[in-house]
Write a protein that binds this ligand. Structure first.
Ligand code: HXC
Ligand code: NAP
Length: 290
């Protein structure tokens, strides 16, 4: 594991970054790193008390006071517009959006009410396009070369049982990323995504790997590198994508999962369960059948 900070000091100086869900988990870790690299950071989510606490903590941890908390439910377009306005009043133009907020829980899909399906898709997809559209319109009008980074998942393209609403929402966010990368590149606006594998956070672990499930299914066994991601590893990648070092990267999704999804996808990868001593017998049998 390599957890040093990647970019040089001041790499994000002059950037004002709006990060949804920035008060907890991966959003908090990215916010902290962006601040330490010189960015102004606006964190927003529904729970203003959580955001306020994070603001105080991050000011102490980074030694910078370039952070603002704005309460906002990203499902509501007017609240998104208001969050943008408050952020701009404090820091001036916002040039980076990180669509990080999400809602998710595990359930057999047939047990879900239509409202349960709605709530996840609304947070993930509607929330992301609300923020992207509200800022994108301004960027185009004001000729600001904006940058959007969305945090998706690897099942955005594979799909996944037991999290169907999240898979639908994340697939939509990936489609939005690719569509607008093609459409808005002419305005100097670029859009990329990160697809993380498991990174321990309270929000994800409580909803996706509760104790009873963890007793039956070990998520570590799915990861060739044999460990979960470290928050700084994701923050490093995110900082690169929101920085000007990635100026020619547009419409891309970068996986950071220790090889998890490709391991699950490979037709024969499960053969790792065959012990070495069995391979002599298998080879003999296979050769004899030529
Ligand atoms: C079935 C459920 C449910 C559950 C809620 N509902 N939880 N149904 N199983 N576990 C139903 C409710 O009964 C209700 O439907 C509807 O969903 C809305 O529920 P509310 O509680 O009113 O919603 P709300 O208060 O807005 O909360 C949204 C939430 C919650 C998504 C349900 O979990 C939340 O706030 N999540 C935010 C943070 C989060 O999810 N973080 C994890 C991201 S991790 P009815 O019909 O009864 O009215 C992630 C990682 C992916 O995305 C990849 C990992 C490797
Ligand atoms: P988390 O801490 O639960 O973060 C989710 C955030 O979204 C919370 O801060 C929450 O704040 C905010 N949010 C939820 N609904 C909102 C709404 N309607 N409006 C505004 N904000 C809202 O979980 P996390 O693990 O750090 O996840 C962060 C991102 O990484 C998500 O996009 C997730 O899908 C992705 N991801 C995580 C993992 C992982 O292993 N952790 C893996 C793959 C992808 P409030 O409750 O205050 O609104």
């Amino acid at each position: 594991m390599y957890t040093d900070s990647m970019l040089k000091d001041g790499s994000l100086k002059g950037k004002t970054i709006l990060i949804t869900g920035g008060g907890t988990g991966l959003g908090r870790s990215m916010s902290k790193y962006f601040m330490s690299l010189g960015a102004n950071v606006i964190i927003s989510s529904r729970k203003k008390d959580v955001l306020d606490k994070t603001v105080e903590e991050l000011k102490k941890e980074t030694g910078f006071d370039t952070i603002l908390a704005v309460g906002c439910d990203i499902r509501k377009y007017e609240e998104v517009e208001n969050a943008i306005k408050l952020g701009q009043e404090k820091f001036g133009p916002i040039n980076v959006l990180v669509n990080n907020a999400a809602g998710n829980f595990i359930s057999p899909t047939e047990r879900l009410s239509h409202k349960a399906f709605d709530v996840v898709v609304d947070i993930v997809l509607r929330g992301s396009y609300n923020c992207t559209l509200a800022l994108g319109k301004q960027w185009i009008e004001q000729k600001i070369p904006g940058n959007v980074l969305s945090i998706v998942t690897t099942y955005a393209w594979t799909g996944s049982g037991f999290v169907a609403p999240s898979a639908c929402g994340k697939a939509g966010v990936l489609a939005l990323t690719r569509s607008l990368a093609a459409e808005w590149g002419k305005y100097g606006i670029r859009l990329n995504a990160i697809a993380p594998g498991p990174f321990p956070t309270e929000g994800a672990w409580a909803r996706l790997f509760p104790e009873e499930v963890a007793k039956k299914i070990d998520p570590l066994k799915r990861i060739p590198l044999g460990r979960f991601g470290h928050h700084q590893e994701l923050a490093n990648l995110a900082a690169y994508l929101v920085s000007d070092f990635s100026a020619f990267v547009n419409g891309e999704v970068i996986t950071i999962d220790g090889g998890e999804w490709i391991h699950g996808a490979g037709e024969f990868t499960a053969m790792e369960q065959i012990p070495n001593k069995m391979w002599d017998a298998i080879e003999k049998q296979v050769r004899s059948g030529k």
